[in-house]
Design a binder for this molecule. Structure first.
Ligand SMILES: [Zn+2]
Length: 133
């Protein structure tokens, strides 16, 4: 099994509506989002999926949130804009945008809110620690 992984970043503001603590106040993060794809077979070029194509899709999604108040953007008008829900958002949007065999291999999306805390979304529980850790 091969795993490939790309990252993008976005600088955005958010606040948690149903939380009591400092994250209920408007504040910003330099978010990093990572997407990992796993495939069993490489193509004739010896690659799993083109990094360029995967980065383009991830960046397009990150750009939607960049320099925005995430609370004001769907689906975060309904979902709490936590790192967990942002990871789910990237996962579901990527799943819809990637070619079918690659979408099926989407292993996880992970959102770092700070360099020392992240949230990850996947269909199934992932083995920890992750290979990149
Ligand atoms: Zn925050």
């Amino acid at each position: 099994m091969y795993t490939i992984c790309v990252q993008a970043h976005y600088d955005s503001a958010h606040f948690l509506r149903n939380y009591h603590g400092k994250c209920e106040r408007l504040h910003g993060h330099r978010y990093v989002v990572e997407a990992a794809v796993q495939v069993a077979e490489l193509d004739e070029s010896g690659i799993a999926f083109d990094f360029v194509d995967l980065k383009r899709e991830l960046r397009a999604l990150a750009d939607r949130l960049d320099h925005e108040l995430i609370n004001e953007l769907p689906p975060f008008t309904d979902w709490e804009p936590s790192a967990e829900n942002q990871a789910r958002y990237f996962f579901e949007e990527l799943e819809a945008r990637l070619p079918a065999p690659i979408a099926a291999g989407l292993a996880y999306t992970r959102v770092w809110e700070t360099p020392t805390q992240w949230a990850l979304y996947s269909r199934e529980p992932v083995q920890l620690p992750l290979p990149a850790d």
